[in-house]
Design a protein around this ligand. Structure first.
Ligand code: MGD
Ligand code: MGD
Ligand code: SF4
Ligand code: MO
Length: 858
């Protein structure tokens, strides 16, 4: 079979993928990020390339339109706003999921032709604190790490990173390295004990935002034990004395850790030369995010543990092209190609190269401020590309109102029904992964090709083309006359190579003569290059800068909300939500809550709790677990208003940002919680997509159609009618079974002998074998048997899915463990679980250790 060599569109690991139009997906054995491995999301890509839910033609005010009308309207509205209110009255909100070519063109249009820097991106929610921290320390936004460093390290410290779920292939590479070299040590610093902690020798349950106190404590320890490498620092680092002096003032009590744990960690870090500190959103998404980054960088700089194999700080990027976006300068405070807006020489050089009529002269609005400006009526035209801000920004309900307040909103997306598209005047259909060509840069600065292997469906167009089409209609045709992404890549590289090689890290000269079609995954400035190996940094004096950082004063609300990700979902689920395999892992919006807190609230397993903040409220299923600290609840960010009635977690988060980076603090927030007194709970499985209006409703894909978890305060008077309404089937035959003793009701809807829908209702969270019920939908199982919650073959219920690849449930695994499968390998032998992508191995390990990861809705 002929396979196209491309790159996974999900996380920043940037795995190579071999793909075929029939949906066959394999890991690329030759790609240096993954050497053939894929995680559950990558392995399920084939299930997400169908056209269900796709936006296939432009729409104006909800009506189908042709491209010319839509593009003319967009160009006219932007031009009119600029003419009437100036270039600052328009804005683009872009995404680390755009390809480099798309991103470059969007940035060029806004900064060089519209002449404003009002282009910000979802990377503001993701990488901004790292960018700011790097620039302060190194003079440039340089990520010095490579994946091989992780395999060569003797100590890996994972700070605020759930690598096992969020960068699974990197996690697998580390797990394999540790197995081969058991002396390798891993420390995981996270308020929660996550699946990543299973691999760690030491888990430090840090107090939320206690990281600066911890790394300042480490720096103090390094100073007191004579471990500061003064030979190195005197030659290569400024600001050492001030940073150490300020660090001494930090109070170790703010870490929330025991003296013993602190001593173990400090000694381990202090005595290990080859240490890599990996960090992610537990660091970046904080009001003190940039300072956290510098607290970490300080320790590496003080010890000279940077610029050599197996050591250094390593900010892992989240999105597939978070790094590429930083390269092209897609953030509101950057210009292009790692150049600065406030440097007149840089501005002149870029304007000259672009031959542009104007160039922005001051930074634009950062994401949170940008939507604030929308709310205040200052933005007259807004273009959202490849991101879903009505879900992913803090105060998402406020952001939705702000978007609705903008006189003209255009979005480009692959999917039609998103919470942001619902607010737009014009929808532009974008070609998606598999249909478009371009490049992405992964966490280790490796540029790889994404290649098309599918025909572009309907009228969809690639983003670079859509943006260039609008630019042409705004009168800038000459500068945007691209014929292909290869043209754009060549221009991007040429911009880089024509610039004077001032102190700049970005150097793309190696790409100057490459054949775009044959481009192999290549790191900039060149494969294997080690930044800072010569002790040279990019500040004018050639040195690195340690930054004196002060730990923040921590408030301790009675309940705080921490947020993040699940193993098998990607952000707002527009693509992963299509896969029943992925949906089976954790199928509804939930909140992790400590057992002591659950007792205080009167919550039992499966109860629904209502969470409120100053900004809004949400209804989430409780998942009682002692993996997080008391007082801190954790909820994933994935559920949207499209898939859940009130499960959008950013309805609760505050638009509070780090003053240095502008990145929102999405990991902490004061909330109140109370039990939601549902009169009834329900579980519906059905063939066709339901659109429930029940207060608590969470819709997910299944093998046989759809499922919905339900709850409400008012019991409907007639369950027959309610089942018909929920399933959208007025004329089906109804079988109903009521058990007055237990208060349960079961309804089957049958058409032509086929089970169309099954509804199970109870006054308590519904306990039924969900997989068995789902398997009956669309079959000719007799209703009586279906209502008994059994499948035709009367097989035992496998339980909630753990292994998505082979659909192995928790009950099956627990039985295999009871029957003697006491290792991950033995479990794999008995059930196949974990033998394909391996993403569930950490969970298998925790099942064996009898400390199972809890599953929602069992
Ligand atoms: N499955 C999956 N993978 C993904 C994504 C996805 O949506 N789904 N998204 C991708 C993207 S864009 C990104 S940015 C990455 C994010 O990857 P990660 O940053 O690893 O993921 P998160 O779950 O957001 O947060 C990581 C951890 O930070 C912890 N944390 C919270 N507060 C603190 C604190 O004060 N200090 C410390 N030390 N830790 C804290 C949380 O408890 C959480 O476990 O994942 C990427 N990979
Ligand atoms: N509470 C909380 N909120 C968070 C976070 C958190 O940890 N907690 N994390 C934040 C982080 S790190 C991130 S990165 C953001 C992510 O948040 P978003 O970027 O808002 O989430 P996505 O669902 O990835 O949105 C991508 C959109 O682009 C569409 N799309 C996919 N491919 C293409 C394409 O090729 N072209 C176009 N035009 N569209 C395409 C998808 O259908 C989807 O609608 O969320 C942030 N929000
Ligand atoms: S780790 Fe998984 S999601 Fe990330 S790039 Fe690789 S296959 Fe894709
Ligand atoms: Mo991200």
């Amino acid at each position: 079979m002929s396979m196209t060599r491309t790159t996974c569109p999900y996380c920043g690991v940037g795995c190579g993928v071999l793909a075929n139009e029939d949906g066959t997906i394999k890991g690329d054995p030759d790609h240096p990020a993954n050497f053939g491995r894929l995680c559950s999301k990558g392995a399920s890509l084939g299930e997400t390339i169908d056209l269900e839910g796709r936006l296939l033609q432009p729409k104006i005010n909800g009506e189908a339109a042709d491209w010319d009308s839509a593009l003319d309207l967009v160009a006219e509205k932007f031009s009119a706003a600029i003419a009437e209110h100036g270039p600052e009255s328009v804005a683009f909100y872009a995404s680390g999921q755009l390809l480099t070519e798309d991103y470059y063109v969007a940035n060029k249009l806004m900064k060089g032709f519209i002449g404003s820097a009002n282009i910000d991106t979802n990377s503001r929610l993701c990488m901004a604190s790292s960018v700011a921290g790097h620039k302060r320390a190194f003079g440039t936004d340089t990520v010095p790490g490579t994946y091989e460093d992780l395999e060569q390290a003797d100590l890996i410290v994972l700070v605020g990173s759930n690598l096992a779920w969020c960068h699974p292939v990197l996690y697998q590479r580390i797990a394999a390295a540790k197995e081969a070299r058991p002396a390798m040590r891993i420390v995981n610093i996270d308020p929660r004990r996550t699946v990543t902690s299973e691999l760690a020798d030491l888990h430090l349950s840090i107090a939320p935002d206690g990281d600066i106190a911890l790394f300042n404590g480490l720096l103090t320890h390094l100073a007191e034990t004579g471990r500061i490498d003064t030979t190195y620092t005197s030659a290569h680092v400024s600001g050492v004395a001030e940073a150490v002096e300020i660090a001494r003032a930090s109070n170790l009590n703010d870490t929330g850790l025991s003296a013993q744990d602190l001593a173990t960690f400090f000694e381990l870090w202090g005595s290990t030369n080859k240490v890599v500190t990996v960090y992610s959103q537990g660091v970046n998404q904080s009001q003190s995010g940039a300072d956290k980054v510098n607290a970490i960088l300080n320790c590496h700089l003080a010890t000279g543990r940077i610029g050599r194999a197996g050591m250094g700080p390593f900010s892992v990027t989240g999105q597939p092209n978070a790094m590429g976006g930083r390269e092209v300068g897609g953030l509101a405070n950057m210009l292009a190609n790692h150049l600065e807006i406030d440097n007149a020489d840089h501005r002149a050089a870029v304007q000259d190269f672009w031959g542009s009529p104007t160039i922005c002269t001051k930074p634009g609005l950062k994401a949170v401020d940008l939507f604030q400006a929308c709310a205040e009526g200052k933005i007259k035209a807004l273009w959202v590309m490849s991101t879903n801000p009505a879900v992913s920004l803090p105060d998402a309900d406020g952001v939705a109102e702000a978007i609705a307040n903008v006189p003209f909103v255009v979005t480009s997306d692959m999917i039609e029904k998103t919470d942001t598209n619902a607010l737009a005047d014009v929808l532009l259909p974008a070609a998606g992964w598999g249909e478009k060509d371009g490049t992405v840069t992964n966490s280790e600065r490796r540029i790889s090709r994404q290649r098309a292997f599918l025909k572009t469906p309907g009228k969809a167009r690639p983003d670079w083309q859509i943006i260039s089409n609008v630019a042409a209609r705004m009168g800038f045709g000459k500068a945007f006359a691209y014929h292909s992404p290869a043209d754009i890549f060549a221009e991007y590289v040429a911009l880089d190579t024509t610039l004077t090689p001032a102190p700049r890290d970005l150097d793309l000269s190696i790409f100057a003569d490459v054949d775009y079609n044959q481009l192999l995954p290549t790191q900039w400035p060149r494969n294997g290059h080690r930044f800072f190996s010569d002790g040279q940094f990019f500040h004018p004096n050639g040195k690195a800068q340690m930054i004196a950082v002060t730990a923040p004063k921590l408030s301790k609300p009675r309940f705080a909300l921490n947020t993040g990700r699940n193993r098998d979902q990607w952000h707002t689920m527009t693509r992963t939500g299509k896969s029943q395999r992925l949906g089976a892992h954790l199928a509804e919006p939930y909140v992790e809550i400590h057992p002591a807190d659950a007792i205080e609230l009167g919550a039992k397993p499966g109860s629904i709790i209502e969470i409120e903040s100053l900004y809004g409220s949400a209804l989430l299923r409780t998942l009682i677990t002692d993996r997080g600290p008391q007082g801190q609840l954790f909820a994933p960010m994935h559920w949207t208003r499209q898939r859940s009635k009130r499960g959008t977690v950013n309805s609760l988060t505050a638009p509070v940002v780090d003053p240095v980076s502008g990145q929102p603090a999405l990991k902490t927030g004061s909330i109140t919680a109370q039990i939601y007194r549902a009169a009834w709970y329900g579980f519906l499985a059905c063939r066709h997509q339901p659109r429930p209006q029940t207060p608590y409703a969470a819709v997910a894909r299944t093998t046989t159609g759809w499922q919905v978890e339900l709850a409400g305060r008012r019991t409907p008077p007639d369950w027959e009618a309610e089942a018909q309404k929920l399933a959208g089937m007025k004329h089906a035959e109804v079988s109903i079974h009521t058990d007055p003793a237990s208060g349960t009701t079961r309804v089957a809807l049958v058409q032509d002998g086929v089970i169309e829908a099954l509804l199970f209702v109870a006054p308590r969270p519904v306990v039924v074998a969900r997989n068995a019920i789902i398997s009956v939908i669309g079959t000719e199982t007799p209703s009586l048997m279906a209502l008994a919650g059994r499948n035709a073959a009367n097989l035992p219920d496998p339980g909630a899915t753990v292994c998505a690849c082979f659909n192995v449930g928790r009950n099956t695994l627990m039985s295999a463990i009871a029957a003697g499968a006491k290792s991950v390998a033995a479990l794999g032998g008995a059930t196949c679980a974990g033998t394909n992508c391996g993403s569930c191995k950490p969970e298998l390990k925790s099942l064996i250790a009898e400390a199972p990861m809890p599953m929602a809705a069992e």
